[in-house]
Write a protein that binds this ligand. Structure first.
Ligand code: ADP
Ligand code: MG
Length: 455
């Protein structure tokens, strides 16, 4: 990291970026750059414009994410061609793409598999909670049953900022921890598409194919970027099939369900042949636990009351939740003040929400569970104890503990029962989910139906 003489605060940020994209890639594209950073503007000076184009297309989002994560800053990136090595005048996009591979391409070692894993994302520092339990368990299971038909492929989907990328890296890191010789590759859908296009331009599609098909575990993040890009999607389909048929593990993430991805039907049904799990929005308790963990990892003195205040105000996106904490820490560090609720309120006014109207409604839960088991709304609150009513009622209580922020006594009131009945119902249903995969799948489907109604 010798290109940060004037910006030492950027060293950990770029260290992280290097971990994510791998040392070879970092050496090739980012090591030659000089960086300037002022007022949330990162200036990247490069030997020629081709460099800038490649960084912009492939790595800009990773750089931006790293700045947000480490410095809580949403940056703008400006590219400059450095004066030391002026590039030939460039007129059009075609001029910037070399007709033949540049000599630097050969720097990448043949047969080497930089896994591109970020060692900051582990199972150890992923907070398990009701909102991510299915995904977390499935991710752990994959590590110990690589390529097993039951969990291949594993598809994890959620709206942004809820931990998909973290889980993908955690799977890869854990596999390598247990088997350092495994060939694991993490890649985003965007990178897959741009590498494929580049391979086509360089007439290197055969080596592109070979590289992917020799993996033990392929972790592809944000697969929505492949959907609908016909040539890349077809290539992905072949890669997928080759890996799948040789019992190699595939883990995919997406910002929507496979059915919503508008993929080729064959690919779509293959994706659904393994396990498909959603990561849901975390409840308040989980959000506080995540903030506590971040506070402890940066070792900054910030009270639980302030953390709870932030957790109340940032409900839908963990990246934003962390970003808010880092922003507050950066501000208080710079001004040498202790963080308080009122500072947080003022500083984070643009992102905090105070209302709780995002929660799923108990009536929706009753309606969908009632429909599924063919029982009436009033049966949920009645005293009837027949099993055909009691069991769906217990399921509805369990789902209310999972999907809403209501406390146990509040849930009890919603079902005309006391809180110990809710605890009993929750534990019974939980146990069945853990021991009966068919039941777990059924519950997962009911959750999807509830969420579809509650949008
Ligand atoms: P996504 O890929 O779904 O957009 P990320 O995996 O990038 O989300 O998560 C955003 C941030 O939130 C990351 O810094 C990640 O470490 C953190 N995060 C998400 N879920 C958890 C969790 N359950 N425990 C701890 N950190 C989490
Ligand atoms: Mg992600």
């Amino acid at each position: 990291m010798d290109n940060f003489q004037d910006t030492p605060q950027l060293v950990p940020v770029f260290q992280d970026i290097e971990n994510i994209i791998g040392k070879d890639t970092y050496d090739m594209w980012l090591r030659p750059a000089q960086f300037g950073y002022e007022g949330n503007i990162l200036t990247i000076s490069l030997p020629n414009q081709f460099w800038g184009k490649t960084i912009r297309e492939r790595y800009e989002h990773i750089i931006k994410d790293a700045f947000l994560k480490h410095l809580g800053a949403e940056i703008t990136i400006v590219y400059e061609v450095s004066v030391q090595e002026p590039a030939p005048a460039v007129q059009s996009a075609q001029d910037v793409i070399p007709a033949t591979p540049t000599p630097t391409t050969t720097v990448i070692k043949k047969n080497s598999f930089p896994s591109r894993l970020n060692s900051a994302y582990m199972f150890d520092n992923f907070i398990e909670s009701p909102s991510n339990r299915f995904a977390y368990k499935a991710a752990e299971a994959v590590v110990h049953k690589l390529g097993n038909r039951e969990n291949n492929p594993l598809v994890i989907y959620s709206s942004p900022g809820l931990g998909k990328t973290h889980l993908l890296h955690a799977i890869g890191n854990q596999i390598l921890k247990e088997n350092p010789n495994a060939k694991v590759l993490y890649m985003s859908g965007e990178e897959f598409v741009s590498e494929y296009i580049e391979a086509l331009q360089n007439k290197a599609s055969e080596s592109f194919r070979k590289k992917y098909r020799s993996l033990d575990c392929f972790l592809m993040d944000d697969i929505q970027f492949v959907a609908g890009k016909s040539a890349s999607e077809v290539e992905f389909f072949y890669t997928f099939n080759a890996l799948f048929e040789s019992h190699k593990q595939i883990v995919l993430s997406s910002d929507r369900t496979p059915q919503q991805l508008e993929l080729d039907e064959r690919l779509s049904s293959r994706l659904l042949s393994g396990i498909c799990v959603e990561v849901k929005r975390p409840n308040l308790e989980t959000r506080i636990a995540i903030l506590r963990q971040k506070r402890d990892s940066i070792n900054f003195d910030i009270g639980d009351d302030v953390l709870a205040f932030i957790a109340e105000g940032v409900q839908t996106n963990i990246r934003e939740l962390e970003g808010s904490l880092f922003r507050l820490v950066a501000y208080c560090g710079m001004h040498s003040v202790t963080p308080t609720i009122s500072i947080a309120k003022e500083l984070l006014a643009d992102i905090l929400v105070s209302d709780n109207d995002l929660s799923i409604n108990v009536n929706t839960i009753k309606k969908i569970v009632g429909k599924h088991f063919n029982i009436k709304m009033e049966d949920f609150n009645s005293k009837r104890k027949t099993q055909s009513i009691a069991w769906p009622r217990q399921i509805a209580m369990f789902l209310t503990t999972e999907l809403t922020d209501l406390s146990l006594p509040e849930i009890g009131r919603e079902f005309n029962r006391d809180h110990s009945t809710v605890v009993h119902a929750r534990d019974l249903v939980k146990e069945k989910i853990e021991t009966d995969p068919f039941f777990a799948a059924e519950i997962n489907q009911i959750i999807l139906d509830i969420k579809a109604v509650d949008k």
